[in-house]
Design a protein around this ligand. Structure first.
Ligand code: MN3
Length: 209
């Protein structure tokens, strides 16, 4: 079955005031939809057409060579956004942070939750142009990495320059924040912490480690 745009698990205005409804609506219905459509176009008629999007992005060396670039960008975009929507949620309290095993792992890998946030924000701020910052599990350890464009750590070192299983990601393409924050990417990143769905990130951590 061709890829489909997943429904958001909340309303477009659910992340306000941190991420505004208009940004969410355009991001989901226009940007993400375009990745879905273009990935489907590239996959049509190939043996990869019915595969899971994560299978596709983990096997870019095996897809038809003339589709590889389109799938890197568009299956990548579909995978990245599908995850992004689920690692955010509205209605968090003021002190939104992980707990339990994930918090222990963050403290042990980065020294403290604040030190982790600083490292993640730095990775996101210093990603020149468009891309993503990620918290990944690699060889059982947490690490912060970033990728360009719609690359995903699951694509591996040879393609994305980094590797690991992402459990949290933030979109730093301007379309993710420009309406509300204009050029102020650092302000968007500070606000992002208010909408992280740590229950979902913990679930992904448990599955990945
Ligand atoms: Mn985006």
């Amino acid at each position: 079955m061709a890829f489909e745009l997943p429904k958001l698990p909340y309303d477009y205005n659910a992340l306000e005031p941190h991420i505004d409804a208009q940004t969410m609506q355009i991001h989901h219905t226009k940007h993400h939809q375009t990745y879905v459509d273009n990935a489907n176009k590239a996959l049509e008629g190939t043996e990869w057409a019915d595969r899971d999007v994560l299978d596709v992005i983990q096997n870019l060396d095996s897809v038809p060579a003339d589709k590889k670039g389109a799938l890197r960008n568009n299956a990548g975009g579909h995978a990245n956004h599908s995850m992004f929507w689920t690692v955010m949620t509205g209605g968090n309290g003021e002190n939104n942070q992980p707990s339990g095993e994930l918090m222990d792992a963050i403290n042990s890998a980065f020294g403290s939750f604040d030190a982790f946030k600083e490292k993640f924000e730095d990775a996101a701020k210093t990603r020149f142009g468009s891309g993503w910052a990620w918290l990944v599990v690699k060889d059982g350890q947490l690490a912060v990495v970033s990728t360009a464009n719609q690359d995903n750590p699951l694509m591996g070192e040879a393609v994305a320059g980094v590797s690991g299983t992402p459990i949290l990601g933030v979109d730093v393409w301007e379309h993710a924040y420009y309406l509300n924050y204009q050029n102020r990417r650092p302000d968007y990143l500070k606000a992002f912490w208010n909408v992280v769905n740590w229950d979902e990130v913990s679930r992904r951590y448990a599955a990945a480690k």
